[in-house]
Design a protein around this ligand. Structure first.
Ligand SMILES: [Fe+2]
Ligand SMILES: [Fe+2]
Length: 325
C-alpha cells in the first residue's frame, strides 16, 4: 500500500527548498541552501466532537494554533509529516476533524501530508478516514518521493496494545524498499522512537526488539528517523542513525520534574522544521507560543546585507565595537 502524494507537490520548488521571497534566498555562509524542508508535527490526539482530552486539553484549538504557526513560517515545505497518535481513541469523527483542519492548510502550502499511525490510532478507522482505503488491520505504511528524498512511513503499532513492534513482514518490506538507494537518501517516519527515555512509563510502551530494525537499516541510505510518542522533543542515535522526536500539539510532558513524576501540561507545544542538506539534516524546534518578539531583523535587513561584500558584511555585523572594560 503506497499512498500517492498529489502530482507535482513533492519537490515542486526549484533549487532552495522551503524558501520564500528573494531576501530568503540570500546566502551568507558556507552551506548551500537546504535541498528539502519538512514540517514534522506529532501527536494531535483529536477526539470525536472535540471532547476535551483527559477533561483538560482542547486538542483541536491547540492543533489550530500549531497549524497557524506552520503557515506563519511563510515557506512551501516539501511535506507535512504527522508521526502518529492522530486520534486519541481512533474515532471516525476525530479523523474527519483532523482532515478538515489540516488539508486546507496543506493545500495552501502546496505540500503533501504524510500520516503515520500511533498506538492511540486504530488502523481500520485511520485507513478509511484519512487514506480513503478499505478499513482493514493492514499496517499503515507508505513511500514518498519528495524530489529525490525518499520518506518511508512505518507502522510500529500493535493492535490492542500501546507498546510498539515491527513484525517480520514489515521489516522484509522495508529491506526490499531500501535495497535501491534514493538520490537524496532516505528518512524513516514512525511513531515509537528507537531511543531510551528517562521517564519510566515510556520504557513500558517502547518499541520492542529494536535489534531487528537496526539490522534492516544497516548499510542502507537511511539518514534519519523521525518519531513522536513521547510528547517531548528529544534526539539521539540508533544504529548510528540520528533519531529526532517531535513533541506534541495536544499537550506536552512537563520535564521540569523528577522522571517518576513527569505528567502532561497544556504548554510547551512545538513542531520541528527539518532541513535536509547535502551532508547533514537539522531538526529545529519551533515553539507554538504567543510571545513578544523583536523586529530588528527583517527582509529589508537581509536585503541590505545581501548588497554588501562578504568582507563588508563581517565589518557591519560581526565586528565588535571596542570594549572599555
Ligand atoms: Fe501520543
Ligand atoms: Fe503514542
Amino acid at each position: 500500500m503506497v499512498p500517492t502524494p498529489p502530482p507535482g507537490a513533492a519537490g515542486a520548488s526549484p533549487g532552495a527548498s522551503g524558501r520564500a521571497g528573494p531576501a530568503a534566498s540570500a546566502r551568507f555562509g558556507q552551506y548551500p541552501p537546504a535541498r528539502r524542508t519538512i514540517v514534522h508535527v506529532s501527536d494531535t490526539h483529536l477526539l470525536a466532537g472535540n471532547a476535551p482530552l483527559g477533561g483538560r486539553y482542547d486538542t483541536e484549538a491547540n492543533l489550530a494554533e500549531t497549524l497557524s504557526a506552520v503557515e506563519a513560517l511563510g515557506i512551501r515545505p516539501d511535506a507535512i509529516l504527522f508521526t502518529g497518535d492522530l486520534a486519541d481513541l481512533g474515532e471516525p469523527d476525530a479523523y474527519r476533524r483532523l482532515r478538515a483542519a489540516v488539508e486546507p492548510v496543506a493545500e495552501r502550502l502546496g505540500a503533501p501530508v504524510i500520516w503515520v499511525a500511533g498506538n492511540h490510532d486504530e488502523r481500520p478507522a485511520l485507513r478509511e478516514g484519512m487514506l480513503d482505503l478499505p478499513p482493514t488491520q493492514e499496517p499503515v505504511t507508505g513511500v514518498w518521493d519528495l524530489g529525490g528524498l525518499r520518506l518511508i512511513a512505518l507502522d510500529t503499532t500493535v493492535p490492542g496494545w500501546h507498546h510498539g513492534d515491527l513484525d517480520e513482514a514489515q521489516l522484509q518490506w522495508l529491506r526490499d524498499e531500501l535495497s535501491t538507494p534514493a538520490p537524496l537518501g532516505t528518512l524513516l517516519a514512525l511513531h515509537h522512537p528507537p531511543l531510551p527515555s528517562h521517564i519510566p512509563l515510556f520504557d513500558i510502551l517502547e518499541l520492542r526488539d529494536q535489534g531487528r530494525l537496526a539490522e534492516a537499516i544497516a548499510g542502507t541510505d537511511v539518514r534519519g528517523i523521525l518519531a513522536g510518542h513521547l510528547h517531548y522533543s528529544t534526539s539521539g542515535t540508533f544504529a548510528g542513525v540520528p533519531v529526532n522526536v517531535a513533541a506534541a500539539t495536544c499537550y506536552t510532558m512537563n520535564l521540569a520534574r523528577p522522571g517518576s513524576s513527569v505528567n502532561g501540561m497544556d504548554a510547551g507545544q512545538s513542531f520541528h522544521l527539518v532541513h535536509v542538506y547535502d551532508d547533514t539534516i537539522t531538526h529545529s524546534v519551533v515553539p507554538v507560543v504567543d510571545a513578544p518578539t523583536g523586529d530588528y531583523f527583517s527582509p529589508a535587513w537581509v536585503e541590505r546585507m545581501s548588497r554588501l561584500t562578504p568582507e563588508a558584511r563581517l565589518e557591519e555585523f560581526s565586528r565588535k565595537p571596542p570594549r572599555t572594560v
